[in-house]
Design a protein around this ligand. Structure first.
Ligand SMILES: [Zn+2]
Length: 406
């Protein structure tokens, strides 16, 4: 067939057609718990920037999946065309092509190097607004719940919005760790992403992402790989952290303008990036990329234990002046340990060997007109408030409490 149609011209149940597409995304093979069906999804884009979902099922996945490589251009003919179920449709994806071992797929010799795609990438400080709102993934969209607390009445709002794309340079890959969750063994690996503002955020990749995109990133680590991550989960840890989800996509060095520009910037700022890796400040809480206080205030009497994130406007006071103000912690993960100061020990939490060091911690009371709540303050913030370092506090405690030892 000589005439190529555009993605938009190919409608459900159409037969005898051919189309030139670029593979924008190749997702992991997924299987839901409720059905034995395995599937692998793709996003194809044409020269007019129209998109269509490609999907391969079960036994066809190992046969046809490897033929379709990300960022390559193909001529695809006569796949079965059907509408995506309305529940899973998105603004850009309404139709899917079911690719089987019978589908005609040829690599196009006219392999242009740029994808005609623009990603709507979110700035790192704006990620916090997507935190823990990912209850359900619906294609490009998620169901977003907001609790509105108004004179103790509670409304549940349900809203749809597009989950943002995240663009960053990978500057570090940490070791893989095995986690047992719900009787299932999973592998997780953390990667550090940096943007042009030198802000860093941690991305945890899980299972297949490590074996596929993770390996690709590690092989390119010396070349400042730029990645675009799609449909990630955003959680509250040290500001914000990102992690992959079953339908996330990680595009490694995609041939798009935004990624090329960032890579170019990275090549010109190698010293700066090396300094970030050196200082490892990204393992600490970063107020620049955390939930901003202007987002929503809650009265203290309305704070519930199930809330992961809450902003209150409060006065603070010390009811309990006699506290220890510090504890011995793992230098890496800050969990408590019985190891002595400076001793390198095997941490039961992060499962790595790190030195024990004192960390500042104390409790104080927060109160507003509605009530009082106890807050624990840790680390640097606690040191700042007390105007002592954890080491000074530890020394002071030891001299004051155990005079007989000296
Ligand atoms: Zn640890």
């Amino acid at each position: 067939m000589d005439k190529f149609l555009s993605i938009k011209e190919i409608i459900p149940d159409m037969q005898e057609w051919s189309c030139k597409v670029i593979v924008q995304e190749k997702q992991q093979v997924t299987q839901s718990l409720s059905t034995p069906t395995k599937k692998q999804k793709f996003i194809f884009v044409d020269e007019q920037e129209s998109k269509v979902e490609g999907i391969i099922f079960n036994h066809d996945i190992p046969r046809v999946g490897p033929l379709l490589q990300v960022y390559k251009k193909y001529r695809i003919s006569n796949a079965l065309v059907r509408p995506i179920h309305p529940k899973y449709q998105t603004a850009e994806l309404k139709v899917q092509w079911i690719i089987t071992s019978k589908t005609v797929i040829e690599q196009d010799p006219d392999d242009e190097d740029m994808m005609p795609v623009k990603f709507n990438c979110t700035q790192f400080p704006d990620l916090a607004q997507f935190m823990d709102h990912r209850d359900k993934s619906v294609g490009m969209y998620v169901v977003y719940y907001t609790y509105i607390m108004n004179f103790n009445s509670e409304n549940l709002l349900q809203d749809h919005f597009a989950l943002p794309d995240v663009l960053g340079i990978v500057i570090e890959a940490q070791d893989t760790r095995i986690i047992n969750k719900d009787f299932k063994e999973s592998v997780v690996q953390k990667f550090v992403l940096v943007n042009k503002q030198s802000q860093a955020v941690i991305l945890s990749m899980w299972d297949d992402f490590i074996r596929n995109e993770g390996q690709q990133i590690i092989a390119e680590l010396h070349n400042y790989p730029v990645i675009i991550c799609r449909r990630l989960k955003v959680s509250n840890y040290n500001g914000v952290t990102l992690s992959t989800w079953f339908d996330s996509a990680i595009l490694v060095d995609p041939p798009v303008q935004q990624a090329r520009e960032l890579k170019n910037w990275a090549m010109r700022n190698t010293k700066l990036l090396a300094a970030i890796v050196d200082q490892k400040s990204y393992i600490k809480y970063n107020p620049d990329i955390s939930v901003k206080s202007d987002q929503k205030m809650t009265l203290i009497s309305n704070v519930r234990p199930s809330q992961k994130n809450v902003w209150v406007k409060a006065r603070f006071s010390f009811q309990h002046i006699f506290q220890k103000y510090w504890y011995m912690s793992c230098k890496k993960c800050c969990r408590g340990t019985a190891a002595a100061n400076g001793v390198i020990f095997m941490c039961n939490t992060c499962k790595e060997k790190h030195p024990a060091q004192p960390r500042c911690r104390f409790d104080m009371d927060l109160c507003d007109d509605s009530g009082t709540i106890t807050a624990s303050v840790f680390g640097e913030q606690a040191e700042k408030l007390l105007t002592f370092t954890a080491f000074e506090i530890m020394d002071h405690f030891r001299q004051a409490c155990c005079p007989l030892k000296y």
